[in-house]
Design a protein around this ligand. Structure first.
Ligand SMILES: *Cc1c(COP(=O)(O)O)cnc(C)c1O
Ligand code: SF4
Length: 351
């Protein structure tokens, strides 16, 4: 029999585990009333209470600074709403849509970009709304890829997941099904054989993108969960958020990227932290992010390089934000030296 663990959801339980000091309970209760709190057993076990800068605690333990929203922050930081033709669906790019099947997660990240929309008990798409979203996808032949997101789609039972995947896969012009999830890291036991089977669909490609921000999240159990997916023929990519005090230095980020590649997971995106309310203390400047990326390029394998992207506030989509190696007829190499690259000349025609 495996031991039974429970997810920590109240500031009182966080206090009992020594994750927050007693004297902060008042302020943190206010934070918890605004933004959902949940720390899974897998993540709670990783927190070192003796370390005031623990990178796992920083991602999940509420902080009184979350109550201080700054003026540039917004409730819908990446502008999902203006591109949502039907409930639960975001159609920002011509060839792919985001289908938010559920509004809950196993953990609640303190920097979550959808924190105003997400929390326990906010449920998922009603069967009617799911029908409408699938009708929209079926009616738009340009949609080549459907990205299941949320919340965390893997919080659904294997039975419901299988149903959604099968219905999406049943739309002829949809060739690729992608899931964005934190589950293999934060609750690896949930990624069991039934879950893996639910993600496969005959004749369609399924990709899983793991949200992970620190190498310590990739425990033995997490590695095994990812291996179950990959061995079943589901390629994995990663997305990480650049977070102040969690992974905003080349050594920490490089170690994360190397660990991912060792797990056969290709680093895909490094997100600049979005302007979610009350998250200023977790963000970096773009210039700082570019510097970290430059150091990564110089020191680590090409396999370890994610693309650094910003989701432009207002709903304009993601753009790579550098660093840029080409300027004024020169190209910078991995150690920072510049080299001239000549402009192209038109070939001289010999008549
Ligand atoms: C991020 C996002 C995608 C996926 O973008 P990729 O660059 O293909 O990873 C698709 N749709 C929406 C609405 C998104 O926010
Ligand atoms: S897993 Fe994603 S959606 Fe869920 S709280 Fe974290 S950042 Fe938000």
């Amino acid at each position: 029999m495996s031991r039974r663990f429970t997810t920590l959801r109240s500031t009182r339980s966080l206090c009992q585990h020594g994750f927050v000091p007693h004297e902060q309970l008042g302020a943190l209760a206010e934070v918890a009333a605004r933004y959902a709190v949940a720390i899974t057993p897998a993540m709670a076990q990783l927190i070192d209470v003796a370390d005031p800068h623990d990178p796992i605690a920083r991602q999940f333990v509420p902080d009184a600074r979350e109550l201080a929203a700054s003026p540039e922050e917004r409730g819908d930081p990446i502008g999902d709403d203006p591109h949502s033709p039907v409930q639960g669906l975001v159609h920002r790019y011509p060839d792919r849509v985001l289908l938010k099947v559920v509004n809950a997660c196993a953990v609640y990240c303190r920097f979550c970009f959808r924190r105003e929309m997400i929390g326990p008990g906010r449920g998922g798409l009603s069967p009617k709304a799911l029908d409408a979203a699938l009708r929209y996808i079926a009616a738009h032949p340009a949609i080549w890829e459907v990205i299941l997101s949320g919340g965390d789609p893997l919080i659904l039972s294997a039975r419901r997941l299988k149903d959604v995947v099968a219905r999406v896969a049943g739309i002829g012009h949809v060739k690729v099904i992608r899931l964005h999830t934190r589950m293999p890291a934060v609750a690896p036991e949930r990624v069991n054989a039934a879950c893996v089977r639910a993600l496969r669909a005959r004749g369609k490609a399924t990709f899983v993108v793991l949200h992970v921000n620190h190498a310590r999240e990739l425990t033995e159990k997490t590695r095994a969960a990812c291996a179950r997916l990959i061995d079943a023929g589901i390629p994995m990519l990663s997305q990480s958020v650049l977070l102040r005090g969690v992974n905003d230095d080349p050594e920490t980020l490089g170690a994360l990227m190397r660990t991912l590649v060792e797990c056969r997971i290709k680093p895909y995106y490094l997100h600049h932290a979005d302007l979610a309310p009350g998250t200023a203390h977790m963000r970096t400047d773009i210039a700082e992010g570019q510097e970290v990326m430059r150091a990564l390029r110089g020191r680590y394998s090409g396999l370890c390089q994610p693309t650094y992207v910003l989701d432009i506030p207002g709903g304009y989509g993601k753009s790579p934000i550098g660093p840029n190696y080409v300027a004024a007829g020169t190209v910078e190499d991995f150690s920072g030296r510049r080299h001239i690259y000549p402009p192209r000349r038109k070939p001289v025609s010999k008549a």
